[in-house]
Write a protein that binds this ligand. Structure first.
Ligand SMILES: [Mg+2]
Length: 480
């Protein structure tokens, strides 16, 4: 009973509302005059049916166009097998999670559909550290002779799963294959699903099956519009597809909400390449040849670049807030080069926060922290009896650590943490996003004067402001 009360108390203290907007950097909506949006997974949120669709079409392209074995048809999409932000070693055909310090999280390295033993991983990488020069480039792409690629896109979940399935098939049937070819072929097949318009046509044909929470996106746009905010859209998707989706989400007059609409923008190139001019597109998709002197409301523009966008609109600096779900393609350049404020849409947050609010998770974390404190404090006692107890605690701590991983995802754990450290994904998120949230609808919970303050979390040398750690650290000092 006492324990139950203790648990409930902890839950009520630690519960986080999944609709909260979190701040990495202080951001006041009072200062924001212009709101910009990406389209896919920002304005339009897709159901899991879309991942199954992408997986199936790409798998069939591999079989039909790249002559992969027909036996691959036995593989169906496995929801929740992978998480976003994983790295893929193209040469070794291994999928893994890497932390903010470039260390592989042992236990999260997969070859095909099966984990690789820690010993083998350590032998292959001469430890668990991955040197900077073989990591992916700034945008997560593999570089330097195809080494590591980071999967940051929500659309990449079926791509990673397909890579794992094909690897699994080849290994199961003892087929000798070149991992670099496999990576390229899967990438091309997934690309074809987008580029050849197969996905666009499928979504347009059955929009209710694929787009969710449209009414909430509509409510956000209406709220911003009623408050006199300017709005714009910059998406890599083609006009027909966006038009069909926005008709469903907002209604036929959706274009009246936006001051500027840019499609097929080719982000992240859009933010860097000054050479591409804007081009006007008619409702029927015809590209016009006139030079663009103004970006007019109600018109549709293709391509272009951010430098030209800034010149034509004058929308510079911190009065602009841009929302996107891709931390690199949507947000990195805006933060680093152009000084717009940025909002990351991270749909996974909702599920992870719900797990973190469960009594089971709270209990496990509390016990894990207590054990860590005990080990830290008692390790200075070198007599055999004390050491035996400490060793037992370390073992238990290992066991608890695995539970805190598996509770999020059996294979790869949380998107945001390896056992203790932030993931590589988290580090990039905190660098490139001023604020982050599970979906745009979180904006409905706040008025447009609200200021988001980051929590002042202690730096490691600031423990005096962290009372329960003070005595632990003080006692931990070796006595001379
Ligand atoms: Mg997107």
């Amino acid at each position: 009973m006492v324990e139950l009360k203790f648990k409930l108390h902890l839950v009520s203290c630690n519960s986080v509302n999944p609709d909260t907007i979190f701040a990495n950097n202080e951001t006041s909506l009072h200062d924001i005059e212009i709101y910009g949006f990406d389209y896919d997974y920002t304005l339009a949120f897709y159901s899991s049916h879309l991942h199954t669709l992408i997986f199936n079409i790409a798998r069939d392209i591999l079989i039909q166009e790249h002559r992969y074995p027909a036996g691959l048809r036995e593989y169906e999409y496995i929801p929740d097998f992978v998480v976003r932000g994983l790295h893929y070693d193209v040469q070794k055909a291994l999928l893994m999670k890497i932390d903010a310090f470039h260390y592989i999280q042992l236990g999260t390295v997969y070859r095909g559909l099966h984990p690789v033993p820690d010993k083998e991983v350590i032998a292959m990488y001469e430890g668990s550290h991955v040197p900077l020069e073989i990591m992916s480039d700034f945008y997560g792409k593999s570089s330097h002779g195809h080494t590591m690629k980071q999967f940051m896109d929500i659309f990449s979940l079926p791509e990673m799963t397909l890579l794992c399935c094909v690897n699994d098939y080849f290994m199961k049937h003892n087929i000798d294959y070149e991992p670099v070819h496999l990576y390229k072929d899967v990438k091309e097949a997934i690309g074809d699903v987008h580029v050849k318009g197969i996905m666009y046509r499928a979504v347009e044909a059955d929009i209710e099956k694929y787009i969710c929470y449209g009414e909430q996106t509509h409510a956000v746009l209406r709220k911003l519009s009623e408050n006199g905010k300017k709005m714009f859209l910059i998406t890599n998707s083609p006009f027909d597809f966006v038009d069909r989706g926005m008709n469903y989400i907002v209604g036929k007059d959706w274009r009246s909400l936006f001051d500027v609409v840019i499609v097929q923008a080719d982000k992240p190139g859009f933010f860097n390449d000054r050479r591409k001019p804007f081009r006007r597109v008619t409702d029927k998709g015809v590209l016009l040849w006139d030079r663009i002197h103004h970006l007019e409301k109600g018109q549709i523009y293709k391509q272009g670049n951010l430098y030209e966008f800034l010149r034509l609109t004058g929308w510079r600096g911190s009065k602009v807030l841009y929302f996107g779900d891709h931390i690199y393609s949507d947000l990195a350049d805006l933060t680093l080069k152009h000084g717009w404020r940025t909002g990351a849409i991270i749909p996974e947050l909702r599920k992870e926060i719900k797990i973190m609010n469960t009594p089971d998770y709270v209990h496990t974390m509390t016990w894990l922290q207590s054990l860590t404190g005990l080990v830290e404090q008692m390790q200075v006692h070198r007599d055999p009896a004390s050491q035996a107890v400490v060793q037992q605690w370390i073992k238990e701590r290992e066991h608890m650590r695995s539970r805190t991983k598996d509770i999020f995802n059996g294979q790869f754990g949380s998107l945001f943490r390896t056992y203790h450290n932030p993931t590589y994904f988290s580090r990039r998120l905190s660098r490139f996003a001023d604020i982050y949230m599970a979906s745009l609808s979180c904006l409905l919970k706040y008025d447009l004067q609200h200021t988001f303050f980051p929590r002042r979390t202690p730096l490691q040398h600031e423990s005096p402001f962290w009372p329960e750690q003070t005595c632990v650290n003080a006692m931990n000092l070796p006595i001379e």
